[in-house]
Write a protein that binds this ligand. Structure first.
Ligand SMILES: Cc1ncc(COP(=O)(O)O)c(C=O)c1O
Length: 389
């Protein structure tokens, strides 16, 4: 392991200012009695307006937002829900929790997001929803996915957990499909430690969702007389206060993430055959985390790459594994490797680079230097010129 004199380099972590501290303090002091949900309601209102949606509902995390949404849509045992192969398990786990079946579809080379053709091929009479994920802030081909969803009469859901600040053709992540979900996990661009948000326009779905979120209490029903067994996925004021303050700073927070991605891209521009988060002309990528995929020419799989980087003091994480390859899903991998070859290939080589909000230019230089050394060695060449000292 090489040493450096820099402060520890973190994969992820928030940017907290006096604004967050003061706002949380206010919630601690005043967010009770008449105001137990004041910050939740303010954040919901502002978050919905920013994303041009009519309604927003906060949840304890994004996973519970997805779970509630699927439950509110009436997804049940035996139904099929299409998800991309490469995403965090949280996109698919709520499907399984409802005893429905996640159907893993391939991703595209040029977006790393759900491939519309793979979706079209996977639709059956039992398909009840399609969940598209804005992976690492990249944006899927939403027009085509919406067209397929409409043709087959199934709802399209946008998992925008990783995409606050991204836009596609001028439309914000969070504006696509019947509903979108966001995560405010401690690793995310806007964070409440744990937290999630659902955005939608449909009033009836909102009503159903609201009932399910709070133990099946129907509007107008008498106190403690629950009309159905449901969930308890309520947010709370102190958590929402932190989100409220972070959200005031959304431009600054997204700009920092984009600066990190673009710094890596620029500093490693002369290293051949590597790809970073996809940024086509019609996408502004919010760059939640920098993902780097070295080409097959390096002959390195992601585990070897991470191991070599660790030896030169650079932390990294693996690109999301194909869900069908996880022990959690016990799928016949030969079948899925053939069905979803792009996901298997990109995932086998891709890693995430450090992306904490406190990352400095010196630390980025150090990471880039490590990447150069490792990739240079893999190719049997000297590290390219221009590496940081
Ligand atoms: C694509 C995606 N969906 C859902 C989630 C779940 O978010 P949470 O941790 O807030 O439940 C995450 C979180 O990392 C994610 O990356």
């Amino acid at each position: 392991m090489e040493s450096n004199n820099l402060p520890p380099i973190h994969m992820a972590g928030p940017w907290i200012t006096e604004l967050e501290i003061k706002t949380v303090e206010d919630a601690m002091r005043n967010g009770w009695y008449e105001n137990p949900y004041w910050y939740c309601e303010e954040l919901q209102r502002d978050f919905a307006a920013y994303h041009n949606r009519q309604h927003a509902l906060m949840t304890p995390n994004c996973t519970s937002a997805i779970h509630l949404l699927l439950a509110a849509l009436g997804i049940e045992a035996g139904d099929e829900v299409i998800v991309p192969e490469c995403t965090w398990i949280a996109t698919a786990a709520p499907i399984s929790q409802l005893r429905a079946i996640p159907i893993f579809c391939d991703i595209q080379w040029d977006s790393w997001c759900l491939d519309p053709q793979s979706v079209e091929r996977s639709i059956t009479a039992r398909t009840k929803a399609i969940i598209a994920v804005d992976l690492y802030g990249n944006m899927p081909q939403m027009d085509q996915l919406q067209e397929i969803a409409d043709k087959h009469g199934v709802p399209l859901i946008e998992d925008a957990a990783e995409a606050v600040g991204s836009t596609l053709q001028g439309k914000k992540a969070g504006e696509f499909g019947i509903a979108s979900v966001f995560s405010f996990h401690r690793t995310k661009t806007i964070t409440t430690g744990e937290g999630g948000m659902l955005l939608l326009n449909d009033h009836r779905l909102l009503e159903r969702y609201t009932i399910l979120r709070d133990h099946g209490r129907h509007p107008g029903s008498a106190t403690y007389l629950n009309e159905e067994v449901a969930y308890k996925y309520m947010p709370f004021n102190v958590q929402a206060a932190m989100g409220y303050a972070q959200f005031q700073r959304i431009d600054e927070l997204v700009a920092k993430k984009q600066w990190i991605l673009h710094s890596y891209k620029e500093k490693l521009a002369d290293v051949p055959d590597i790809e970073f988060n996809i940024e086509p002309a019609d996408v502004d990528n919010g760059a939640w985390i920098t993902a780097m995929v070295p080409g097959a020419s390096y002959g390195l799989d992601k585990h070897e790459l991470m191991e070599q980087l660790a030896k030169v003091g650079v932390p990294s994480r693996p690109f999301f594994y194909p869900l069908s390859s996880l022990p959690a899903y016990l799928c016949a991998q030969e079948i899925y490797r053939e069905k979803n070859p792009v996901a298997y290939d990109i995932s086998s080589r891709g890693i995430n680079l450090p992306g904490a909000m406190n990352l400095t230019e010196e630390q980025i230089d150090f990471v880039c230097d490590g990447v150069r050394k490792v990739l240079g060695t893999a190719r049997g060449t000297k590290p390219t010129e221009g590496a940081a000292a």
